[in-house]
Design a protein around this ligand. Structure first.
Ligand SMILES: [Zn+2]
Ligand SMILES: [Zn+2]
Length: 263
């Protein structure tokens, strides 16, 4: 007798998560792509993951109101990932005053670097900065941390990218779904268990030919590792020039600016 075993995943709870890819380019805005930013909406909670310098423009094009964001998550302190925060602060000062507070969570030193950048970009800015400061609650995401932020559960591990500062991969659970993101990272085996079971895995893919670099991922390496990754939908992002020059050879789903999906 032949026994057939049906491996059936239990039905997912919750109404799912809407993800808008606001910026899918690298630091060089290769091929005109906006720099890192993703908008995640679930269970009445709005999360901005990453805030590259182009974030405000991207949000307004997609008709996402900056004052509606509840949580900002930042993976690391490179300008293409957090350089848009001063522009958001300026927006909250003048154009879109917030009625509620907001959490900005990221690696150590995010708070001081953000205000340093703001003061550099907008010295002597008038307006009620104290009001905005009171509304922005900075939270440190330590490596191997697991914490609840609003309706989201956020986990982080340190990944190989920056030497002196922490660079984090992020795992966000909200609305009955799990979204995992490499941040900027070279390959580390620690990613495999960290992202396991994610419904959506957003994987940086900066290079194609420069396979010797150990602080970013390249497509040939990702393609070799794909079978080890236990994830639902996987999308390449943080796309660099080399990847676009070889886009005919990329056999995996690539993000585009303005792309929306439901997980
Ligand atoms: Zn980057
Ligand atoms: Zn980086």
């Amino acid at each position: 007798m032949i026994l057939t075993v049906f491996m059936r995943k239990p039905p997912l709870a919750g109404k799912g998560v809407d993800v808008t890819f606001l910026g899918t380019g690298d630091a060089f805005a290769s091929c005109g792509r906006f720099q890192s930013a993703y908008f995640i909406e679930a269970d009445g909670c709005k999360i901005l993951m990453e805030a590259g310098p182009t974030v405000l423009c991207a949000m307004k094009r997609m008709e996402i109101k900056p004052a509606d964001v509840d949580i900002i998550l930042i993976s690391h302190l490179h300008g293409d990932h957090f350089g848009g925060l001063p522009l958001l602060i300026l927006e909250y000062l003048w154009e879109s005053p917030r009625r509620t507070s907001m959490v900005i969570a990221g690696p150590r030193h995010l708070e001081e670097r953000t205000w340093l950048l703001f003061r550099t970009m907008f010295p002597f800015s008038r307006g009620d900065i104290d009001r905005v400061k009171r509304q922005l609650k900075f939270v440190v995401l330590e490596p191997d941390s697991d914490q609840r932020i609003g309706k989201a559960r956020v986990r982080a591990i340190r990944v190989p990218h920056m030497k002196r500062f922490h660079s984090l991969a992020l795992r966000v659970e909200i609305g009955g779904r799990t979204i995992a993101f490499t941040g900027d990272s070279g390959w580390t085996d620690a990613l495999v268990p960290f992202i396991a079971g994610a419904d959506l895995f957003m994987c940086e893919c900066t290079y194609f030919e420069s396979t010797e670099l150990d602080f970013h991922l390249n497509y040939p390496l990702i393609a070799r590792k794909r079978d080890e990754l236990d994830v639902g939908r996987m999308i390449l992002t943080h796309i660099g020039r080399e990847v676009m020059e070889h886009d005919g050879e990329v056999k995996m789903e690539m993000a585009k600016d303005g792309m929306k999906l439901h997980v």
